[in-house]
Structures are given as C-alpha cells and as structure tokens.
Design a protein around this ligand. Structure first.
Ligand code: SAM
Ligand code: SF4
Ligand code: SF4
Length: 358
C-alpha cells in the first residue's frame, strides 16, 4: 500500500532509475543510506545533544561488550548493501573514540555495492586520525563546529577540548585529500549573527562546505524549545546580505541540505531545515545504534534488536527479510507531524541523538 504524503518539499532532483529496484516503505521512499553509530560515548557534552547535567546523572553508556563487533557491523552493512544501500556514514557519540576504526573502514570498503563511506565527527581527534582514516578508504568527512570563538566553543561543548585542535584537524583533512569535507553548524539562538559570518568568511573559497542545521528536538535531554530555533531562512538572508548567494539544485534524490552557491564562484553553503521545512517526503535513511538496534527515523521510540538475531545465528536470508520487512512497514514522518497536537507516539521517550548519531 502506498500513501500520498502530500508534503511541500519535493526534491529538485528526480530519482535515479536504479532507485526503482530498491525496496520501498509505505510512502514509497526507497532505502538508500545507512548511518552506523559505532559508540555512544563522547568526549564533548554539547548543550543541544548530551548536556552535562542530564548525562552525568541519568544516562549509563553502553559497555564495550554491548557494542556491535566489527564483524557484526560488517555483516549487517553487507545485508543493507544487498538491499540497495550505497552510502554509509559512521557516527556516534564520537566515532573516533572507537578503537581500531580504520580496520572497520577497510573492511566496509570491500562490500559490494557500497559506493560511498563517510564519517561525522566533532573533530577533536582528527589531528591524530584524519590521514589514517583517509588511507583506510574513507571518502568523505563531516566535522561539527558551531563557532570560531574559542570561549563560546567550550561553552557549547561543556568545556571540553580546544577550538585549535578542531581547526588543526580540519586542515589535516584538507591535506589528506578527502573527496568532500563538510562543516556542520547547529543554529541556536545563542550563536550570534557575527559568529555565523565569521564562519562563512573563514571557510569561503576553501574545500570545506558549511552546512547550517536547525536545532532539532531530538532525544529527551536537551530541553529543546521552539524559541531556541533559528530558522535557516534568517541565515540565508543574513549571508546573502554580506556574501551574495543563489540557490542550486540538489545533487541527488533525498539530499537533505538545500544548497546555495556564492555568486562570486567561491564555493557553496547548505541548510538543513528539519524544523521549518521538513524533508520526510524524500527521507531514504536507516540507522543502526552502537548496540545494534535498527531505527527507521531519527525521532523513533523503538528500534529492532538486530544484535539479538545475530546472536541467534540467523541466516543471511533471514536478516535480509527482517530488514526488508521493517523498511516496508515504515511510516515515519515525525518532522512533518511535529506541529500537530495529535501526533501518534509524540510523547513517548525518543532515542537520543548521541545513540544514533544524527
Ligand atoms: N559526535 C559527532 C559530531 O558531533 O559530529 C557525531 C555525532 S553527532 C550526534 C552528529 C551531528 O548531530 C553533529 O553534527 C551535531 O552537531 C548534530 N546534532 C546533535 N544534536 C543536535 C540537535 N539537537 N539539533 C541538530 N543537530 C544536532
Ligand atoms: Fe558529542 Fe557530537 Fe553530541 Fe556533541 S553533538 S555531544 S560531539 S555526540
Ligand atoms: Fe526522516 Fe524521520 Fe527525519 Fe522525517 S523525521 S526526515 S522520516 S528521520
């Protein structure tokens, strides 16, 4: 059964012919990409994700023996690839805290059908790992960085790490020859306009592409409130006033960022408008938590325990069936329904951002 979402943000790019062969959910969305969280721990305590007060008091991180092992991750990714997933992104928590990550990357690179392997990191350990990960086969990297103000940097991340280290790490990525480097900036009211423009000035004309992300109500512990959200349109206008930009088409079906290029040809910026212009209509993404739960939405209340199936030694065919039937039952569109009072499951506890990695 296919339902019509009737949403307002169609992707500018038509789907590819290969997409017709992919498995589809209830809204006819193909399964194209997978995010794999390799660890829930983090060396930062960002206020919008894992605020210090909440996490120190109420959350028990997974123990090492609860993590999916590398062979288990490899097997599950192989199954997702058989079902049409071409892009995988490693994330966390902070993925560079997982020992031996290059080994995992080398293994995943060999999986037939997988065309693109990316990673999202807070950048604090890139000075150490950027080249090693690139050499292992990582294609693209995204670094989260909200400000170039050293004091504010530490205020946002719970007084951990230093801005200099992250900037060094980004330079290492530029030198290491990544195919694409993105910089994620979460937009919150406390990041003033001057700091946004500082970021634009700093990265404009360089390889890293800035992407501004509206502050989302993920998880339960960030005390989200709509008043703290800065609409991306406000930042589009701000940047355009100082550095003229013009919209460009999406690179591919299901791309979440709205892209703009600088009119002087010095690169581009992107905006992820999960709050003001949700993009559930083209959401093609599945997620695996570090302990092996499969989620079909960032705002899910429940995941399928894939690890228990691995522990029961189920066959590849059974795994394929489990993933396929989960996707085919998928009806998630939380961001589209956010504003509606009668949204089902709305008040149930959600998975935390640091458990599935964005
Ligand atoms: N620790 C890594 C990092 O920070 O890049 C990877 C995991 S982190 C959960 C993935 C992305 O989610 C980061 O770019 C982070 O800025 C973003 N994020 C976390 N909480 C968010 C929120 N409440 N709203 C929007 N983006 C958020
Ligand atoms: Fe850690 Fe990333 Fe969450 Fe910040 S956003 S607390 S770096 S997992
Ligand atoms: Fe996808 Fe869920 Fe986000 Fe909608 S709310 S875009 S379905 S992850």
């Amino acid at each position: 059964m296919n339902m019509n979402l009737g949403l307002n943000t169609p992707s500018a790019v038509p789907k590819k012919e290969e997409d017709d062969l992919k498995i589809r959910d209830l809204y006819h969305r193909p399964l194209c990409d997978l995010r794999v969280s390799v660890i829930d721990q983090c060396n930062f305590r960002c206020s919008y994700c894992m605020p210090q007060d909440h996490c120190a008091e109420q959350y028990t991180f997974l123990k090492k023996d609860q993590w999916l092992t590398f062979p288990q991750i490899e097997r599950l990714v192989r199954m997702f690839a058989k079902l049409g997933v071409e892009k995988v992104r490693l994330t966390g928590g902070e993925p560079l805290l997982r020992p031996g990550l290059s080994t995992l990357i080398r293994k995943l690179k060999k999986i037939p059908g997988l065309k693109d392997l990316a990673l999202t990191t807070n950048g604090s350990l890139l000075y150490r790992d950027a080249r090693k990960l690139r050499k292992a086969g990582l294609n693209r990297i995204t670094v989260s960085l909200d400000t170039l103000d050293a004091e504010m940097f530490r205020q946002i991340n719970g007084h951990r790490g230093t801005l200099e280290r992250v900037l060094d790490g980004i330079r290492e990525c530029e030198d290491a020859g990544y195919e694409c480097i993105k910089i994620n900036v979460v937009l919150q009211k406390n990041i003033g306009h001057r700091r946004i423009l500082d970021l634009v000035r700093y990265f404009k004309g360089r390889k890293p592409i800035l992407r501004f992300i509206e502050y989302m109500d993920v998880g339960n512990c960030n005390h989200w409130n709509p008043a703290a959200v800065v609409p991306a349109s406000e930042i589009v206008d701000l940047i355009n006033e100082h550095f003229p930009i013009e919209p460009v088409e999406s690179n591919y079906y299901g791309e979440v960022a709205s892209r703009y290029q600088f009119a002087d040809g010095e690169g581009e910026v992107g905006f992820i408008t999960s709050i003001t212009q949700p993009f559930c209509r083209t959401c093609t993404r599945s997620r695996l938590s570090a302990d092996g739960k499969m989620y079909t939405c960032l705002f899910a209340n429940h995941g399928i325990d894939m690890r228990s199936f691995l522990d029961q030694d189920v066959s590849d065919d059974e795994l394929l069936n489990i993933i396929q039937s989960a996707w085919q039952k998928r009806d998630d569109r939380y961001s589209e329904l956010r504003a509606k009072p009668a949204t089902p499951r709305k008040n149930l506890p959600k998975i935390e951002m640091f458990q599935i990695g964005g």
